[in-house]
Design a protein around this ligand. Structure first.
Ligand code: PGA
Length: 249
């Protein structure tokens, strides 16, 4: 068991708009006075400035949903870590399964992105997780270990500077959550792998993601190696997200 603060991160994905963001964040900030955990929102890039202003002075930290693996230059459509930093971004999702699946991001690309984020002083939230096919084929452990191994030794950085999110692909957006036991079993494997790589493994926050909601969060967050959550759909509704945050003590 470790005593670090839990972290709840909302992943808005490609949802929102100026008016909706404002309503959501006002409700969130107003409901957050006594949060016992760290709270993060990962928002679409065009809204970074808006969300930075709306969360200023609150406990809500700003995250990007992705970051370029390149430093700067002729990479049309990309956003660099330095640009994110300009808007007060503290965290960046890296290697979300939707990026791996629809944008062909490999373990090597994910590692480069994590490295870029760290170099700019942004904490990468590295997402890993197996597909249903991989789970059914008994490959869960091998897949998540391979994905984690890719980011475990980043040049000049310690893995303890990273947040890891285990998100079984079959649980994302499907309403089919991993049971607390299934999630804990994978988290224990990841913790052991981290412990073998770093003396500071205990400090690393391991989040669970995949259909986490107001009714299942408490049980998931009670598992010894689950240090927080990466929440998609339920982070778009302030009352639900606040309930999940309240469950993270
Ligand atoms: P979900 O998404 O909570 O809607 O399943 C989680 C994620 O993809 O980060």
């Amino acid at each position: 068991m470790n005593s670090k603060k839990k972290l709840i991160a909302g992943n808005w994905k490609m949802n929102g708009g100026l008016a909706a963001n404002e309503a959501l964040l006002k409700a969130l900030v107003a409901g957050l006075e006594n949060a016992a955990c760290d709270v993060v929102v990962a928002v679409p890039a065009p809204y970074l400035a808006q969300v930075q202003a709306l969360t200023a002075g609150s406990v809500v930290a700003l995250a990007a949903q992705d970051v370029s693996q390149h430093e700067a230059g002729a990479y049309t459509g990309e956003t660099s870590a330095a640009m994110l930093k300009d808007f007060g971004v503290r965290f960046a999702l890296v290697g979300h399964s939707e990026r791996r699946q629809y944008h062909g991001e490999t373990d090597a690309v994910v590692a480069e992105k994590a490295q870029r984020a760290l170099a700019a002083g942004i904490t990468p939230i590295v997402c890993i997780g197996e597909t249903l096919q991989e789970r059914d084929a008994g490959q869960t452990e091998a897949v998540v270990k391979r994905q984690l191994a890719a980011v475990i030794h980043l040049n000049g950085h310690c893995i303890s500077e990273v947040v890891v999110a285990y998100e079984p692909v079959w649980a994302i957006g499907t309403g089919r959550t991993a049971s607390p036991e299934q999630a804990q079993a994978v988290h224990a494997v990841l913790r052991a792998q981290l412990s073998a790589a770093s003396e500071k493994a205990d400090r690393i926050r391991l989040l669970y993601g995949g259909s986490m909601n107001a009714s299942n969060a408490a049980q998931l967050l009670a598992q010894p190696d689950i240090d927080g959550g990466l929440v998609g759909g339920a982070s778009l509704k302030a009352p639900d997200f606040l309930q999940i945050i309240a469950a993270a003590r």
